[in-house]
Ligand binder design. Structure first.
Ligand SMILES: Cc1cc2nc3c(=O)[nH]c(=O)nc-3n(C[C@H](O)[C@H](O)[C@H](O)COP(=O)(O)O)c2cc1C
Length: 380
């Protein structure tokens, strides 16, 4: 096996991550919003999708290779953008980006994570994608896009499902909401996780590296909250997307699409792809799980735009379920972060290897030779 056999599932990684990192960091990663209904539905409802094996069909080897936006990836999954990754494990974005690049799968860098456009561009030789939180000022937007272009990024992801911050009771209790606070309780939690604390000391306090050039120096946590609030206006609309489409020469992807209406708008705006996503159940607790709109959107628009999906995927069978339901490609947020929080430097490689092994097993089991053939194995 090309992964650590002590952790053969994402749930094993999650359990280890929970033991290794401070409670406030784990809860930030693990939680949904409000009562966690949407978070639960994401993982529960995708598991209702059933696949049809065709045991007696002629079958040679299965291949996971997938061509997307003109690039052949080694597997039909990648790493979704996650903010504040260095809070959950020091150097997490670098560890994951490197692993993704080695395995030839995409890593999406979040605007608000703890590594910079330039550093990740270099580590992945320009193969990473960038996710833009929409800046309030056009000059900032233009500057960030220019930096992406210079660093060799081809694919830009814009986000439509954060018009407001999600209501996340754990983060509010832990002081991680906006504006953030650092309480005695959090400091005690850090002291209880010496390995995390040591690694964090070694690598230094995590910062918003991409945003550093625009931030006044030495902000306290309250001022930081205000800076973030003033700098970004998460609410996206067609007027904000049009100039980005005009400016960005590479592929443009809209993330956070949850229904046919927004999918149709994306097509009309000339976008290249959509990620059907509900932000891992962190924004609208009363929303649908992603597998439901995915099936509808893929059926209706799959031949007009690249339809991808995230939210709720935790295993090879889940990736297969999503592909069989019409996704061209899939992404995961938490699964990879559990991996890196559980296994540090080895976490990215382990999690990718694990998911590849699981997905390969499903393909061989149902006699599916190519990723495009998954749709012939859906029990509708
Ligand atoms: C801790 C955390 C932080 C996130 N931060 C971002 C972000 O900065 N930008 C973004 O587009 N999505 C963000 N997301 C959403 C992910 O990109 C992705 O949509 C989600 O994690 C998918 O669900 P999953 O965790 O069930 O795989 C975040 C998710 C988590 C769990």
């Amino acid at each position: 096996m090309s992964f650590n056999t002590k952790y053969p599932s994402v749930e094993d990684l999650r359990s280890r991550a929970k033991k290794r990192i401070p409670k406030f960091a784990f809860e930030y990663l693990d939680g949904g919003c409000n009562e966690d209904v949407n978070l639960y539905k994401n993982t529960a409802e995708i598991r209702e999708v059933e696949l049809l094996p065709q045991y007696l069909s002629k079958h040679t080897a299965s291949s996971m290779k997938t061509t997307l936006f003109g690039h052949e990836y080694d597997a039909p999954f990648g790493m979704a953008p996650v903010g504040l990754q260095g809070l959950m494990w020091p150097n997490a974005p670098e560890i994951l980006a490197k692993a993704a690049s080695t395995h030839n799968v995409p890593f999406i860098l979040s605007t608000v994570t703890t590594s910079s456009i330039e550093r990740i561009g270099e580590l992945t030789e320009g193969k990473a994608w960038f996710q833009l939180y929409h800046p309030a000022k056009n000059e900032l937007r233009d500057d960030i896009l220019l930096r992406c272009e210079k660093a060799g990024y081809d694919t830009l992801v814009i986000l439509c499902d954060v018009p407001t911050f999600g209501f996340r009771p754990r983060d509010i209790r832990n002081g991680l909401a906006m504006p953030p606070t650092m309480s005695i309780k959090n400091i005690l939690q850090i002291l209880g996780k010496p390995n995390w604390a040591l690694q964090t000391l070694k690598h230094g306090q995590p910062n918003f590296e991409t945003l550093k050039p625009y931030m006044p120096k030495n902000l306290d946590l309250k001022q930081l909250g205000k800076f973030m609030d003033d700098t970004f206006s998460g609410r996206l609309n067609e007027e904000k997307i049009k100039p980005i489409r005009d400016m960005w020469k590479g592929k443009l992807v809209l993330k956070g699409v949850a229904n046919e209406l927004d999918a149709e708008r994306a097509i009309n705006l000339g976008l290249d792809g959509i990620i059907v996503s509900n932000h891992g159940g962190r924004q609208l607790d009363a929303g649908e799980s992603t597998i439901k709109p995915l099936s509808r959107i893929a059926k209706k628009y799959g031949d007009q735009i690249e339809v991808m999906m995230d939210s709720g995927i935790r295993s090879g069978p889940d990736i297969a379920r999503s592909l069989a339901s019409g996704a061209k490609f899939t992404f995961m947020g938490r699964s990879f972060m559990y991996g890196v929080a559980a296994l540090g430097n080895k976490g990215g490689d382990h999690t990718i290897s694990l998911l590849k092994t699981q997905l390969q097993q499903v393909m061989e089991q149902i006699c599916c030779e190519k990723v495009e053939d998954f749709k012939n194995h859906l029990i509708d």
